[in-house]
Design a protein around this ligand. Structure first.
Ligand SMILES: Nc1ncnc2c1ncn2[C@@H]1O[C@H](COP(=O)(O)OP(=O)(O)OP(=O)(O)O)[C@@H](O)[C@H]1O
Ligand SMILES: [Mg+2]
Length: 287
C-alpha cells in the first residue's frame, strides 16, 4: 500500500503544476509504486556525457540497470563513478559548473526533461552517501520528517517502526527514538540514513561507498542488509572494495577514465573478464 499523497508533490505544487507528474503518468495509478508490474530495466542511460566546465568526467555512458538487483560500479579513483551515480537522480545539478547531456530513462521518461520534478525524482531514486549524514534531529524525526514533507499521509509510528525494522536497526534504537541521531554510532547512523531513504518508498537506491567510513562489523551489517533490500529495491552501489562488489552485487560495471569498459554479471566479470583492462584492475595491477 502506498501512503504517499497522490497528486503533485510540494515542489510541483509550488511551481503551480497540476495533474499527475511524468512518472505518475508513466506508471499509472501507483505514484510511487515500486514498478512491480513493470518490465525492462529500472533505469537506463543513453549516450550520457557529464562535464565539469570543459572537463569531460563521464563519456558516452549507455547502461541499463536491472530491477531488484544490486549493481556495483567499480574503478580507480577519479574515473567518474560518483559523477555517473549522481547523474541518475540529477544530483549533479547541485554542483556549479556540472552539465549533463544524453538521456537517463526512468519509467521511459528522460529525467532531464524540463517538466520532471527533481524533488519527486530524488524521492523515487534515493541516495545514500559515503559519510553518514543524518539530520540534526531525533532518530524518529530523521524518518518521519522527510516522509512528511514528501506528502506521507499514513501512520508515522508505524512508518518509523517498519522502516527501522527493514534496516535491522529497530531493536537497537526502539527505546531511544527521541534521542538525537548524532548519539548513534557511525554504522547505526548509516543504517538510519538508509532507513530515511527507504521511508520515502523509493524504487532505486543509489549508494556511494556507503561503508567506506565504517568498521568491519558495521560494514557486514550493511552488506547483509543489501541482500534484504534488493527484494524490494533496485540498488546501484559505488564501491572501492572489490571483495565487497563480489559479495553484494549481481552485476558489476567497471569504469576507467570516464568510460564504461565492461559491464556483466559479477561472477563473469571477476572470473572471466573480457577486457584486459578489467582483468588488470580486478587482479590489483592498478587503481
Ligand atoms: N565538483 C567537481 N568539480 C570539478 N571536477 C570534478 C568535481 N567532482 C569531480 N570532478 C572530476 O571529475 C572526475 C570524476 O570524479 P568522480 O568524483 O566522479 O570520481 P570517482 O570515480 O567517484 O572517484 P573516487 O573513487 O575517488 O570517489 C575526476 O577527474 C574529478 O577530479
Ligand atoms: Mg567517488
Amino acid at each position: 500500500m502506498n501512503a504517499f499523497a497522490i497528486g503533485p508533490g510540494r515542489a510541483r505544487e509550488k511551481a503551480g503544476a497540476r495533474g499527475p507528474s511524468r512518472f505518475e503518468a508513466a506508471v499509472g495509478s501507483t505514484p510511487s509504486g515500486n514498478g512491480a508490474a513493470a518490465e525492462g530495466p529500472a533505469l537506463e542511460t543513453r549516450n550520457m556525457n557529464i562535464r565539469y566546465g570543459e572537463h569531460l568526467a563521464v563519456r558516452d555512458l549507455s547502461i541499463a540497470f536491472q530491477r531488484r538487483k544490486v549493481t556495483a560500479i567499480i574503478g580507480p579513483s577519479g574515473c567518474g563513478k560518483s559523477t555517473a551515480l549522481r547523474a541518475f537522480n540529477r544530483m549533479n545539478e547541485l554542483i556549479p559548473g556540472a552539465s549533463t547531456d544524453g538521456e537517463v530513462l526512468f519509467h521511459g521518461v528522460n529525467v532531464y526533461d524540463r517538466d520532471v520534478d527533481p524533488v519527486e525524482l530524488r524521492r523515487r531514486v534515493g541516495m545514500v552517501f559515503q559519510k553518514p549524514n543524518p539530520f540534526s534531529k531525533s532518530i524518529r524525526e530523521n524518518i518521519a520528517w522527510g516522509a512528511r514533507i514528501n506528502g506521507y499521509k499514513g501512520d508515522f509510528d508505524e512508518l518509523v517502526e517498519n522502516t527501522l525494522k527493514q534496516v535491522a536497526l529497530w531493536d537497537e534504537v526502539k527505546d531511544k527514538l527521541k534521542q538525537s541521531a548524532y548519539a548513534l554510532s557511525g554504522g547505526q547512523q548509516q543504517r538510519l540514513c538508509i532507513a530515511r531513504a527507504v521511508a520515502l518508498q523509493p524504487e532505486i537506491l543509489l549508494m556511494d561507498e556507503p561503508t567506506s567510513a565504517l568498521d568491519p562489523m558495521s560494514t557486514a551489517k550493511i552488506e547483509s542488509l543489501l541482500d534484504e533490500l534488493k527484494r524490494r529495491y533496485t540498488i546501484i552501489i559505488v564501491t572501492h572494495n572489490m571483495q565487497q562488489a563480489g559479495r553484494v552485487s549481481d552485476r558489476t560495471a567497471f569504469m576507467l577514465n570516464g568510460d564504461l569498459v565492461e559491464y556483466d554479471d559479477t561472477k563473469t566479470m571477476f572470473f572471466n573478464p573480457k577486457d584486459e583492462r578489467t582483468e588488470n584492475y580486478i587482479s590489483g595491477r592498478f587503481g
